[in-house]
Design a protein. Structure first.
Lengths: 288, 329
């Protein structure tokens, strides 16, 4: 493996990891703050990708499509929280699993009814449709770099929101003691709705920006969801920092695994998870 | 209690009626009923975990599918294999896998436990899906049904639908009795205690981890029994039988019937398959039948929201006299 090839794999791994972070961070926030397990989180990734495809084929521009789709997914998230998830906060995880499993089926069928069962490609925006030459016959697409950049910006924004703002303080307080926060006069219900919508918008956004790379296909949410579960388990539930570290580890492990040991590449993430479970069952950044 | 005698004999009556079912001579319904009974074993095995040990596994299809693959890989192509050793061997493989994964997953609780069981099941899915080991995404055919021979005498010919049906019926009854027996024992009582308050049971000196692991392993083994029978019935295995949709479906059966009741799992399996058959019936719903999962998804959500105790809970509610309800309040 020469250096340019190594560099490409490294960048691919980081890009994949950062994208996973967008999906996993929403998942871990909803776990950590509301104590909800949401199996349908991957469905929002799928919804994002399909919105990006259908809106970009309507408007002719992925950027416009994304700008249109983000408010839609936020509304979807807020609506679902009000309608369904709100009733689950005090319930056993078992019912959360069951309800969100039902939700997956509903999303898949609605997707099939609205958008059909075909695989679709999405064009890379013209502005970013270039590649940087590394050697004579190896080059790196600008679009992938752009994705990594956007993900990093969002990660930084998320960190700032949670650690440095007043809203973030309320969110963190809500995670540790819901009743206390409420009796201090803070509308915890609204905060929950916002956090939930944020998580869903992040997952959907990941689906949108990744649509040109992954293309758009049925059941695309399931695969992402499972990997994000592994990310959350490795990183520690509720820890955004842990989600970042674990996303990068998984992203790099899978990318290099597929190049170096393609036969067992699919296993690597689960082996990593098993190791973490033996070594630190609460996850790398989790509180025991 | 006036109806105690009825409830006491009801299971025998049901089994007796089911045993006579082949007289109806409908291939379709007999196959459907066989499928229901196999799923009932599967659901009961999960109920042991969810309803009695307090562990919500979302990866139970792993053990179901693994047994099917074990049979398919052990059976020589185009030749018959004896049930006497292939069944215990398949169950043994599942028990061993449950023992190994159990030691890992039982280090976690709650949400973690759900995610980790799902992740290990997906690992198995990808092993069979991505590698050549089990024929990839196409799966493997099992051309001949296992043999049941004692010496020269053929105990049952599983190629015959009714023989296979009876075998599955006996196994369903045996599973119910076995679990009923185990759950009534000190071990079973301790499991319930662990479900209610793990820390207290530990403080009382119970080896909580060992009990949970024993329950997890037994549950995996029984899921393996169901999976073996399913593989024999369908004549092939593919990665779909250990997909997470299968894990979700069996969890749904347990809740729909009423978890923590055992017989509820059997009812749940019946109700689930019945619902599936009705919703996907093209004669009744026409084009909508193609999208039956939409109705199923909505139904599952409604059960989760409004029927947490399942059908068994509903029945108990109706059986209770209004005076008893008033006394509770």
């Amino acid at each position: 493996m020469d250096f340019a090839f190594f560099l490409i794999q490294l960048l691919n791994g980081l890009q994949y990891g950062l994208l996973l972070f967008l999906v996993a961070s929403g998942l871990t926030l909803v776990f950590g703050i509301m104590g909800i397990i949401n199996l349908a989180h991957g469905s929002f990734y799928m919804v994002g990708a399909y919105l990006a495809w259908s809106l970009s084929s309507m408007t002719g521009s992925l950027t416009v499509a994304i700008l249109l789709a983000i408010p839609l997914t936020v509304i979807l998230g807020m609506g679902l929280e009000r309608l369904l998830f709100r009733h689950l906060y005090q319930r056993d995880h078992l019912y959360q699993v069951l309800l969100t499993y039902g939700l997956i089926l509903v999303f898949e069928e609605l997707r099939s009814l609205i958008w059909g069962d075909d695989v679709h490609g999405v064009a890379v925006p013209a502005l970013l449709n270039a590649s940087i030459p590394l050697t004579e016959n190896l080059s790196y697409p600008v679009y992938r770099l752009a994705i990594s950049g956007v993900c990093l910006l969002l990660a930084a924004g998320l960190y700032f929101l949670i650690q440095k703002t007043r809203l973030g303080m309320m969110i963190r307080a809500g995670a540790s003691n819901r009743d206390m926060v409420q009796s201090l006069g803070i509308d915890i219900k609204l905060i929950y709705t916002l956090v939930f919508a944020l998580g869903i918008a992040l997952a959907a956004f990941a689906g949108m920006i990744n649509a040109p790379l992954s293309s758009v296909f049925p059941n695309m949410g399931g695969q992402v969801l499972i990997i994000c579960f592994v990310v959350v388990v490795i990183g520690g539930i509720g820890s955004v920092k842990g989600a970042m570290a674990a996303s990068l580890i998984i992203g790099l492990a899978e990318t290099f695994g597929q190049v170096l040991v393609p036969e067992v590449a699919g296993m690597i993430v689960y082996v990593l998870m098993a190791i973490v479970l033996v070594w630190r069952p609460e996850g790398l950044f989790g509180r025991s | 209690m006036k109806d105690s005698r009825l409830t006491q004999y009801l299971p025998y009556l049901v089994v007796g009626l089911l045993a006579l079912f082949p007289l109806v001579e409908s291939t379709f319904y007999m196959q459907l009923l066989t499928k229901v009974l196999i799923l009932a074993i599967f659901a009961m095995s999960l109920d042991l975990l969810v309803g009695y040990t307090g562990l919500v596994s979302f990866g139970h299809a792993a053990y179901f599918g693994l047994a099917g693959y074990a049979l398919a890989l052990m059976a020589p192509k185009y030749e018959t294999v004896s049930l006497w050793w292939s069944l215990p061997a398949s169950i043994g493989v599942c028990a061993l896998f449950a023992l190994i994964t159990g030691t890992l997953v039982l280090r976690t609780r709650g949400i973690y436990f759900i995610m980790v069981t799902l992740a290990f099941a997906q690992m198995l899915f990808f092993i069979f899906h991505d590698t050549k080991l089990g024929g990839g995404s196409d799966g493997i055919y099992i051309y001949a049904k296992p043999l049941m021979k004692l010496g020269e005498i053929e105990v049952a010919n599983l190629e015959k639908l009714e023989h296979f049906y009876w075998l599955v019926l006996i196994l369903t009854g045996a599973t119910y009795l076995l679990l009923h027996r185990i759950l009534g024992s000190t071990f079973g009582r301790a499991l319930l205690g662990i479900k209610v308050n793990e820390h207290r049971m530990r403080a009382l000196g119970f080896p909580v981890f060992k009990y949970q692991l024993a329950s997890f392993t037994l549950s995996g083994a029984l899921a393996g029994l169901a999976g073996y029978m399913a593989a024999v019935q369908y004549g092939f295995v593919n990665p779909e039988i250990l997909s997470w949709h299968q894990s979700g479906a069996v969890l749904m059966m347990v809740i729909l019937g009423g978890m923590g009741t055992l017989y509820g799992s059997v009812i749940g399996a019946f109700a689930f398959v019945l619902l599936q058959e009705v919703l996907s019936n093209q004669a009744w719903f026409g084009i909508a039948a193609k999208h039956w999962q939409l109705a199923m998804g909505i139904f599952i959500m409604l059960v989760a929201l409004y029927m947490p105790q399942g059908l068994a809970g509903l029945a108990q509610k109706f059986r209770r006299k209004p005076a008893e309800e008033a006394a509770d309040e």
